[in-house]
Design a protein. Structure first.
Length: 582
């Protein structure tokens, strides 16, 4: 490419992928525009102080998107992982350049108004990675993420850019221990509820708080981070077995170096994300995450990622795939084991081989190894016979998906329930309505929520919150008070991957735009039915119409800044709560 040529833009037909079909692959299709030719001398001059030599200007440039920060233990080690990925690029003949993006912590901000920024951060991460990559003209990317929003944010940017890419998961935390029992962050949230209900003393809460988070890594159950890491590996955008590794381990360091080498292979072959992130690859991601008992946030994030890569994905696809995929993993939050326990018996690769052999995965999907999923799994050995973490196909925990899309007069556009089977398949109770997350949490901790209640938390949707706060503090308090099987909670907000119990989130249309959840009154009978896939209230259409006629749209809560911009642009949760809707 001549020095006067313009770089191909994200989504353009003039991309390296399109060119590869017509001619040989140009591994420097983007960076050459920035550094080649006499007229680019100033650009080269700027790059010399940051480590470029004459030889480096002739190499493909690979952006290493690091989400390192000391904000949260999920990301505190990622600087070392980014260094390893950069080393892998350099060893394979490229020039790695590390840059940073933000992270926030759901676990720290949970239960406060600050948590409204959590989902918003996904868009900020995606936008910032896209901005640096496109501006600097990097030919490929290794993105290293370690917390819930990092992962979909990285993949959304990767999808928009469509340049050779590998995602690296920062790895899971090791469990804390107290009185011989494994702990994680959810243990603390549930202990808060237990102490509030006088089930444990304050000193016990303090002990659990002090021991639950022993070091770096993402939350240790099959919560959102481990769910998304597993889904991304199943999709083919991470190296084989990279999702089931401890954050502090030699395996994780080796994985990062291998990712750097792998992206150089993709650059040389002209393999880009759109060749990997196909509709069938998204179905593979759903399948593995369902089998593992993953987070409801999977639905929101896969919808967003699919939009960015131009794949038509809807709630109906989750129902279609979910009907044929069993839940096999006995993992927290609803089960007994941690991600560290799963790593000990072989991680998710043997599970993927089981699903492939059962005809539930598309083995012909291309992956970042340059090989198909079937080829990657060819030599994978089964789990050891004595383990009980992953059930056999003929002995599932639940015969179909625990992620159930519900519709009805309370959620005509859809909602997402997490029903593992432990809670039963149906719940009917009286509505106890709260117009904010804060009001609901106070009532729960004050023990105002009783057996048979359906807690309704509204005005917490993408626009109404804005930002779809997670309700882990609420569900943790309910579980800690021993009401997990006797109280349900529904919301137009969302749930942490650590949530368990009878819960329904992502209710659409949301209350802020006049959805039926805005019309619920205290005492209305609400039914959650996983068999019929319905969420309904025992209120006539005539009565609902009368309530709607009296309903007034709430005032805008934020008039400037990030939350105002997000609320003005965000789509419905049923579309992934995305801000680039074009």
């Amino acid at each position: 490419m001549s020095s006067s040529s313009k770089p191909p833009m994200s989504g353009s037909k003039n991309t390296p992928k399109a060119k590869a079909k017509k001619a040989r692959v140009n591994p420097r299709a983007y960076s050459s525009v920035v550094v080649d030719g006499k007229d680019r001398a100033a650009s080269r001059a700027m790059l010399r102080p940051v480590g470029f030599s004459d030889a480096d200007f002739k190499k493909p440039q690979i952006g290493i998107a690091s989400t390192w920060s000391m904000v949260t233990p999920c990301n505190m080690h990622i600087n070392k992982l980014a260094d390893k990925a950069c080393s892998g690029v350099d060893l394979a003949g490229g020039k790695g350049v590390i840059f940073n993006t933000i992270t926030i912590s759901d676990g720290i901000s949970m239960g406060t108004e600050n948590m409204k920024y959590s989902l918003v951060s996904r868009e900020v991460i995606a936008d910032s990675i896209e901005t640096v990559m496109a501006c600097q003209g990097y030919d490929g990317i290794v993105a290293v993420g370690g917390c819930d929003k990092n992962m979909p944010g990285c993949l959304m940017a990767i999808a928009r850019l469509d340049r050779p890419a590998v995602f690296v998961y920062g790895g899971t935390i090791l469990p804390g221990m107290h009185n011989g029992k494994q702990l994680d962050v959810v243990s603390v949230f549930e202990a808060i509820g237990a102490e509030a209900n006088n089930k444990i003393p304050l000193k016990e809460l303090k002990a659990i708080e002090s021991k639950a988070i022993p070091g770096p890594g993402s939350c240790g159950g099959m919560y959102t981070a481990n769910t998304m890491a597993s889904a991304i590996e199943a999709m083919g955008m991470s190296l084989s077995n990279s999702s089931a590794q401890a954050a502090v381990s030699e395996h994780k360091l080796e994985d990062c170096e291998a990712a750097g080498k792998a992206v150089m292979n993709l650059v040389k072959k002209g393999i880009t994300p759109k060749m990997i992130m196909t509709k069938k690859a998204f179905e593979n991601a759903m399948t593995v995450a369902i089998a593992l008992g993953g987070s409801t946030n999977l639905v929101l994030h896969l919808l967003a990622m699919a939009h960015c890569v131009g794949i038509k994905l809807s709630l109906a696809d989750f129902t279609r795939v979910g009907k044929r995929v069993p839940m096999l993993a006995d993992l927290k939050p609803s089960g007994r084991y941690s991600m560290a326990d799963l790593i000990e018996i072989g991680g998710i690769q043997p599970l993927m081989k089981m699903l492939l052999d059962a005809g539930l995965l598309h083995g012909d999907c291309l992956t970042v190894t340059g090989k198909t999923l079937k080829q990657n799994l060819a030599k994978v050995k089964p789990y050891p016979g004595a383990q009980d973490i992953i059930r056999a196909m003929d002995n599932p925990i639940k015969s179909d998906s625990h992620l159930v899309v519900l519709k009805g007069n309370l959620s005509p556009e859809g909602s997402v329930a997490k029903i593992s089977g432990h809670e039963g398949l149906r719940f009917e109770g009286r509505a106890r309505v709260y117009n904010s997350s804060d009001a609901a949490l106070k009532a729960i901790l004050d023990q105002k929520v009783k057996k048979g209640d359906v807690v309704v938390i509204r005005n917490e949707g993408p626009k109404g919150g804005p930002g779809m706060q997670e309700m882990l503090s609420h569900t943790g308090a309910i579980m800690g008070q021993g009401l997990g099987n006797e109280v349900a909670l529904i919301t137009d907000g969302r749930f942490s991957g650590g949530t368990h119990g009878f819960v329904v989130g992502h209710i659409t249309p949301e209350a802020h735009v006049g959805g039926p959840i805005a019309l619920v009154k205290n005492g209305d009978r609400i039914t959650i039915d996983a068999k019929s896939r319905t969420l309904s209230m025992d209120v006539s259409a005539k009565e609902l119409a009368a309530r709607k006629a009296k309903w007034k749209a709430p005032k805008v809560k934020y008039k400037r800044g990030v939350l105002a911009k997000y609320a003005a642009n965000v789509s419905s949760a049923s579309e992934g709560a995305i801000t680039d809707q074009f």
